[in-house]
Design a binder for this molecule. Structure first.
Ligand SMILES: Cc1ncc(COP(=O)(O)O)c(C=O)c1O
Ligand SMILES: *[C@@H]1O[C@H](CO)[C@@H](O)[C@H](O)[C@H]1NC(C)=O
Length: 489
């Protein structure tokens, strides 16, 4: 599963150009160029015919894609009501001050427990913020699941600090642990049997810190080096160093590291470039942490059941529930699991039980969708929805980049997915976009000038001609982004 980072640029007249990336490496073992778009069932949509039948990708193609996108996604036009619709007794309020009306509306809203919706709605001339990987693309799926993904928590429940006092991870809600193992059994993306401990965290970000704490040598020597192959997830250096720990310190690109004591972070598929990765360092004393946040069928073919010592996952990327702040670690070694648990105890004395209950319900709804025994629930299949979305968005992005002519993207790779039992493309959650225009040295700055916010390659230990663009935003923002990108010359 070596990183295949050959970059292919399709010019406006359909020619291919190879450049940069992994020095012309070809995709290897189990990844190959996808012969045709593999969707997840159903009839061939219009846009796909448009993309793959046309030799010359151009602006017209993109317009067609966008047109279909608009008509096939009615929810774009109707954002969820953030506040309950006008109260039935609204007429009573007429004549009263606007401030009073607002107050009443607010009361209603809080009575209905309407939470915030995240980023504001966008218009064609808005600033489009694709800097963070906010996974709101999945909202459309969860709007349809109704009671299957709802929970009610009475006032007296989840009050104790404790969840499972006999367990290594004493604050793990047993139902959350069960649903984690069940989902991995369903997807077969990672081993999660009795040989693994489940440690829950406030997002996988907390578990990342817990893993560094647990793997650092306990002696009083120098801080241990934390490394990852560039381009690496920008949070790794930031989170490693923000408290200037005496236990560990960021040491940069794993490829240029010399020594045999280290902790290597392996993110696969990789944030920011989507590459499939293995550890690059090997030594007796070296340790590895596998961040598998994106090893789910909507993003990449599931080619093997991962069985590493420490594997990190999160609901942020698997189901889209970033705001629930729940992640989990599968940990082989009992002592390491204990130390990770200790970190979470020192840091936050456990993890929200309310969030764990919600996450358990959400994971259970996902597994139910693929459980042959659960009858009518089959119409709610998260990974089918997610993969369809990602395939569609990547087609739109490639058409936009081709129409523009000044951007290149990583080449598409594919492999056999054991979960869907077909050939699936790698559809990363981020686009690692390169500005090819000679006079543009700061791609993020260039895009910002066109009101598109992205994260500069420099934050990932890479060239600022690259940017990372989130592929997980809502349909409206994503549509405006690709239209605008296509128009840049
Ligand atoms: C590779 C990777 N790991 C971890 C995280 C953080 O996940 P969480 O929201 O669970 O803290 C992210 C979020 O962007 C990520 O990309
Ligand atoms: C996977 O697909 C192949 C070919 O379509 C089929 O022969 C095989 O039975 C399928 N396997 C499973 C487990 O469904």
């Amino acid at each position: 599963m070596a990183a295949a980072t050959t970059r292919r640029r399709v010019t406006a007249n359909g020619e291919l150009q190879e450049n940069g990336g992994g020095a012309g490496q070809r995709p290897t073992n189990g990844t190959r160029r996808r012969p045709s778009a593999a969707g997840s069932g159903g009839s061939t949509p219009l846009w796909r015919v448009a993309v793959f039948a046309s030799v010359a990708l151009n602006v017209a193609t993109l317009a067609l894609l966008l047109h279909h996108y608009a008509i096939s996604h009615p929810w774009r036009q109707s954002p969820a009501p953030a506040v309950a619709s006008p109260p039935p007794d609204a007429c009573v309020l007429s004549g009263k001050s606007e401030a009073r009306q607002e107050e009443v509306t607010k009361d209603r809203a809080s009575a209905a427990m309407s939470p915030s919706t995240g980023k504001p709605t966008v218009r064609t001339d808005s600033v489009i913020n694709l800097d963070h990987g906010d996974p709101t693309v999945f909202e459309a799926f969860w709007r349809e699941t109704g009671a299957l993904a709802e929970i009610v928590i009475p006032g007296w429940q989840t009050m104790s600090y404790f969840s499972d006092v006999g367990n290594v991870c004493w604050f793990l809600e047993p139902e959350f642990g069960r649903q984690v193992r069940r989902l991995h059994r369903t997807v077969r993306n990672a081993a999660a049997g009795d040989e693994y401990h489940v440690v829950v965290g406030t997002g996988s970000t907390q578990l990342f810190m817990a893993a560094l704490y647990a793997l650092s040598p306990s002696g009083s020597g120098d801080p241990i080096s934390i490394v990852s192959t560039a381009p690496y997830y920008s949070s790794y250096p930031a989170v490693t160093d923000f408290l200037r720990s005496g236990l560990f310190r960021w040491a940069g690109d794993a490829n240029s590291f010399k020594g045999d004591e280290y902790i290597e972070l392996v993110c696969s598929p990789n944030n920011p470039d989507g590459a499939l990765r293995d550890a690059v360092l090997r030594s007796e004393a070296g340790k590895t942490v596998h961040d598998l946040a994106y090893y789910w069928p909507q993003y990449t073919p599931i080619t093997a059941e991962a069985a590493h010592d420490i594997m990190l996952f999160t609901v942020s990327k698997s189901t889209g529930h970033a705001g629930t702040r729940i992640g989990w670690a599968l940990v082989k070694d009992r002592e390491v699991a204990k130390r990770m648990t200790k970190f979470v105890e020192l840091n936050t004395i456990g993890v929200s039980k309310d969030s764990q209950m919600r996450a358990a319900k959400v994971l259970s709804a996902v597994s139910d969708g693929y459980d042959m025994g659960s009858g009518s629930r089959h119409r709610h299949r998260l990974f089918d929805f997610g993969r369809r979305k990602m395939v569609e968005r990547w087609a739109m992005l490639r058409a936009a980049a081709a129409a523009s002519g000044i951007f290149s993207l990583p080449e598409e790779t594919s492999g056999h997915c054991s979960f869907s039992n077909d050939t699936a493309a790698n559809n990363p959650a981020f686009a690692w976009l390169r500005c090819d225009r000679e006079d543009v040295e700061d791609c993020a700055g260039f895009l910002r000038g066109h009101k598109i916010l992205t994260r500069s390659g420099s934050q990932f230990g890479a060239d600022p001609r690259y940017v990372r663009v989130s592929m997980l935003d809502r349909d409206d923002a994503y549509g405006i982004f690709v239209t605008r990108l296509a128009s840049l010359k």
